[in-house]
Design a protein around this ligand. Structure first.
Ligand SMILES: CC(C)(COP(=O)(O)OP(=O)(O)OC[C@H]1O[C@@H](n2cnc3c(N)ncnc32)[C@H](O)[C@@H]1OP(=O)(O)O)[C@@H](O)C(=O)NCCC(=O)NCCS
Length: 324
């Protein structure tokens, strides 16, 4: 089944609540209204109700199924409870005054709703840079047990081909442990998107063909990941062609179960990851779905500021699937 049809079938009618902090954006309102009328998500939008009504009227969007939360004018007991939740979660790193200030920001407000279980996930970033969208999640929702790092994966899709690329969005320069963790998390994310993972740890070297600190890091990361997840098909260090092209894989990494057949590609740092997915998208004609934040305790998704209504709709479907 097509990826989104399969995800829609999983979330249909499940009443999964997603908060959209950018309720004053027409793309968000349009997508939220569609998600509600398609019975895929129960949307909660943050913002000024009068402003939201005006945008909806101007753009003929039916908001009757949307719950609008005026986050700047909440009863004091509601805010107090949220402040307490933040202060307790931050264990001395954030005081009450700071927590109150945070809650004036829609991303912190929405993230706190997710953390408190008032909603199941959050979709934001249509009007905020990545850092502002994900920082509240790093600070309040934090990572899943056993996971230290949040990272950003893209599902790259073209016709029947589907791959996962990571980290393309969050960690600027991972050490070997970090890269190993991203590899294992990426394999888990891949399964969520019906990819049976074969993980390649990418480098400019294949099995010692080149040397240097950068190569050593990928070799170490491969070893760590193989020890932590011995059942997972994972190999490195591999150049992209050795990872992807069967004849090259056979020649450069004979005997590898992954070389030539990889479908999960783990990049050694953010420059190559971010550049790599954009090359596949712009030169290769792949649709880039993401960044999907992996490793978080509860799902939060970051939209591209260039996102259109359809992108918002799709990212919300992914977020709801993660919330299942
Ligand atoms: C994500 C990002 C904004 C975090 O940066 P930051 O806010 O400066 O992070 P800080 O180091 O101040 O850390 C803030 C908190 O988040 C945590 N954190 C930061 N990065 C984390 C990660 N990858 N995983 C888990 N937690 C993380 C820190 O431990 C810290 O927690 P604490 O407050 O409880 O101690 C930063 O890594 C970044 O800008 N990445 C690149 C994003 C980007 O431009 N991508 C390209 C476009 S998609």
């Amino acid at each position: 089944m097509e990826l989104f049809e399969s995800m829609k079938a999983k979330i249909y009618g499940k009443n999964i609540k997603i908060v959209f902090p950018e309720g004053d954006d027409v793309r968000i309102l349009g997508a939220a209204a569609r998600l509600a009328s398609d019975n895929l998500v129960t949307p909660v939008v943050l913002g000024n109700p009068d402003q939201i009504n005006q945008i909806a009227t101007d753009n003929k969007i039916n908001t009757t199924q949307l719950e609008v939360v005026d986050y700047l004018h909440q009863p004091s007991d509601v805010i107090d409870t949220m402040v307490n939740a933040i202060v307790e979660r931050r264990k001395g790193k954030t005081d009450e005054a700071k927590a109150r200030q945070w809650l004036q920001d829609p991303n912190y407000f929405g993230t706190t709703m997710v953390y408190m279980g008032k909603v199941d996930g959050m979709v934001s970033g249509a009007n905020h840079p990545t850092g502002d969208t994900v920082r509240p999640a790093l600070q309040i929702i934090k990572t899943k047990p056993g996971v230290k790092l949040i990272s950003g994966a893209f599902i790259m899709q073209r016709d029947a081909e589907r791959y996962l690329f990571a980290d393309c969005a969050i960690n600027i320069d991972l050490d070997a442990n970090g890269m190993a963790e991203v590899a294992i998390e990426s394999a888990n994310t891949a399964k969520l998107f019906d990819i049976d993972p074969k993980v390649a740890m990418l480098s400019f070297s294949t099995k010692g063909s080149a040397k240097g600190d950068m190569v050593t890091k990928v070799q170490e990361a491969t070893k760590i990941a193989q020890e932590k997840a011995p059942e997972l098909p994972l190999d490195g260090e591999l150049q992209f062609d050795a990872a992807f092209v069967p004849s090259v894989g056979e020649k450069k990494a004979p005997g590898s179960k992954v070389a030539g057949h990889a479908n999960v590609f783990v990049f050694p740092e953010l420059q190559s990851g971010n550049i790599g997915y954009k090359i596949a998208q712009r030169l290769g004609g792949f649709e880039a779905i993401g960044p999907i934040l992996q490793g978080l305790n509860q799902p939060v998704s970051d939209l591209s500021r260039g996102a259109n209504e359809e992108d918002v709709y799709k990212v919300a479907i992914i977020t709801a699937t993660q919330a299942l």
